[in-house]
Design a binder for this molecule. Structure first.
Ligand code: HEM
Ligand SMILES: *[C@@H]1O[C@H](CO)[C@@H](O)[C@H](O)[C@H]1NC(C)=O
Ligand SMILES: *[C@@H]1O[C@H](CO)[C@@H](O)[C@H](O)[C@H]1NC(C)=O
Ligand SMILES: *[C@@H]1O[C@H](CO)[C@@H](O)[C@H](O)[C@H]1NC(C)=O
Length: 505
């Protein structure tokens, strides 16, 4: 009788141990939370990437959180991020899914490409985007468009220098990127006269401010829907409506003038697929519109803000600016303007861009969804878990980067010698300003082009002056990292533009 009791107890202990390791030990550590809402207050705090960074430096690179009942795993090291974004990216190739209430919106809705689940539609569109817009071959074909826009940008800077007017770098960059993208995707400018341009700018800014609300909504949306609050629905639908009107007009123009075959743009390509009953994949008008909205959001502010941050760093580090200028002068020469094709021969400029993106990643937080249960870094991640990857923390992780808070482009000037192979692999692992893997940024090359020619032009042609001796680098923004005090400078021409112009022709 006694023996049976002992066996039973042992058995019980084993079962308990088993359960414990399956359901408890296997999960990543969870920091202290509040009743009911769990860790929601961290997500709501401003800016959340900073509170998350504090959490991870205290408790570790893989943490288990929850918002109400929704499980969230916070990822904060290069190694763990790489597991999610690259090694197991198929399982995390779907972003946070939309909340049902937003079904009809062009923004974050069910027509979206950026939040489309990994599947046929996403694969079809991605292929189109790479082949017709963002791949290196198509970028070559649209080089002239960007060269024209760069020329306008440059002329504007020379004018402002002559008039001693202040330049708002972020704002002017936004014009450059949005004009370029407008012309690349729909073959025309968003015209100044009828305010379309301003409209697009306003909408992009508005969309970005909605992005965090959207992330929270998509994590806790189901709960809120239960209690009958449709989160931010009105705000989002309003913005969506404005985009819709603008794009419908532009689509009609394309359909009415299926003109010049030689100038086929992205809109023509998509409309053709849309009208073709035998196309590999049936896409709708709303899907086209949503894609364009997302290209504006993904392509304009990202490069514009990054350029602004980098210019600010260069003004605060005159010795780096000097070295960069020397490189440009020795590679481009002193008789013509820098252009896109120079970028591959300017390694220091590339290092400056990389370092700028490391310290000021436009998208500090990435959010993915676990399609199936799996293991990351030895821990169990349940199905449908929201993965929050804190790119900001990864890019400033003191375990991966020497002097993580310092602007030191030299860290990216690795020589091509063999011994550095490991070092470069390590760099790549920890370097995620564009995300990584299947779902990583599709516009990375275009982004580097926008930033490269703009920084190159600004450094080559002008000296930059600010009020005071340092640019104030305070951050603002939630899902997008902006400068709290936009960079405003006066500039002094340092080259003989007239002789440059003639060499340029
Ligand atoms: C400095 C410039 C840019 C930065 C820092 C940036 C950053 C990012 C990041 C962090 C993501 C999410 C990646 C992930 O989840 O792993 C992303 C996605 C994306 N980006 Fe960019 N981006 C930039 C420029 C551009 C440009 C110029 C375009 C195109 C016009 C673009 C188009 C996209 C698209 C379409 C996606 C979604 C990809 C998908 O869901 O499959 N980006 N970008
Ligand atoms: C878009 O382009 C126009 C010029 O066509 C420019 O003036 C405007 O500011 C731009 N809008 C944005 C989003 O910056
Ligand atoms: C995850 O979501 C899918 C689809 O909504 C559902 O069928 C499944 O039961 C969910 N899994 C868990 C563990 O909640
Ligand atoms: C993750 O994806 C599944 C299936 O697509 C979905 O049912 C679930 O709601 C998603 N989870 C979150 C938190 O978005």
């Amino acid at each position: 009788m006694a023996a049976i009791t002992v066996d039973f107890q042992l058995c019980f202990i084993f079962i308990l141990l088993g359960l414990f390791s399956l359901f408890y030990c296997g999960l990543p550590l969870s920091p202290p939370s509040l009743p009911v809402i769990g860790h929601l207050h961290f997500l709501l705090s401003v800016p959340c990437y900073k509170s998350f960074q504090k959490l991870s430096s205290k408790y570790g690179p893989l943490l288990h959180l929850r918002a109400f009942n929704s499980p969230i795993v916070l990822v904060s090291s290069g190694f763990m991020a790489n597991e999610v974004l690259k090694t197991q990216d198929l399982n995390f190739a779907t972003r946070q899914r939309e909340v049902p209430i937003m079904e009809r919106s062009l923004l974050f809705g069910s027509f979206s490409f950026v939040s489309a689940p990994y599947g046929d539609y996403w694969r079809f569109m991605k292929k189109l985007l790479v082949e017709k817009l963002l791949g290196s071959h198509s970028l070559e074909q649209t080089r002239l468009i960007r060269a024209k826009e760069l020329k306008t940008f440059r002329a504007m800077l020379f004018d402002k220098a002559a008039e001693k007017e202040t330049v708002d770098v972020g704002k002017e960059m936004m014009k450059l990127t949005n004009n370029s993208i407008c012309r690349m995707i729909m073959g025309r400018k968003c015209s100044e006269e009828n305010g379309e341009a301003e409209q697009v700018r306003g909408l992009v800014t508005k969309s970005l401010s909605l992005a965090k609300k959207f992330l929270i909504a998509s994590i806790v949306g189901r709960f809120f829907k239960l209690v009958g609050i449709s989160l931010f629905e009105k705000e989002i639908m309003e913005v969506s409506q404005m985009y819709d009107e603008l794009l419908e007009k532009i689509m009609k123009e394309h359909e009415e003038n299926p003109d010049k075959k030689e100038n086929i743009d992205m809109m023509d390509v998509l409309l053709e697929v849309c009208a073709d009953d035998n196309a590999e994949f049936q896409i709708s008008r709303n899907q086209i519109k949503a894609l364009f909205v997302e290209l504006f959001i993904a392509g304009t502010d990202t490069s514009a803000q990054t350029t602004q941050w980098i210019m600010a760093e260069l003004i605060n580090h005159p010795e780096i600016l000097k070295r960069l200028r020397k490189e440009i002068e020795s590679v481009v020469g002193e008789t013509r303007f820098i252009q896109e094709t120079d970028l591959p021969s300017l390694p220091y400029l590339q290092a400056v861009m990389k370092e700028g993106l490391r310290l000021h990643p436009h998208t500090p937080i990435l959010a993915r969804n676990a399609t199936e249960g799996c293991k990351i870094g030895g821990y169990y991640i349940g199905q449908n878990t929201t993965m929050i990857i804190n790119a900001y923390a990864v890019l400033r992780d003191p375990d991966s980067w020497e002097y993580p808070g310092e602007f030191q482009p030299e860290r990216f000037m690795t020589s091509p010698s063999k011994g550095k192979e490991d070092e470069r692999a390590q760099l790549a692992l920890n370097y995620i300003p564009f995300g990584s893997g299947r779902r990583g940024c599709l516009g990375k090359n275009l982004g580097y082009i926008f930033i490269g020619v703009a920084i190159g032009t600004m450094v080559q042609c002008f000296d930059w002056k600010i009020n005071g001796d340092k640019v104030y680098m305070e951050e603002t923004g939630e899902m997008a990292l902006h400068m709290a005090h936009p960079l405003k400078c006066t500039l002094v021409t340092r080259i003989n533009a007239a002789s440059f112009e003639s060499a340029d022709l």
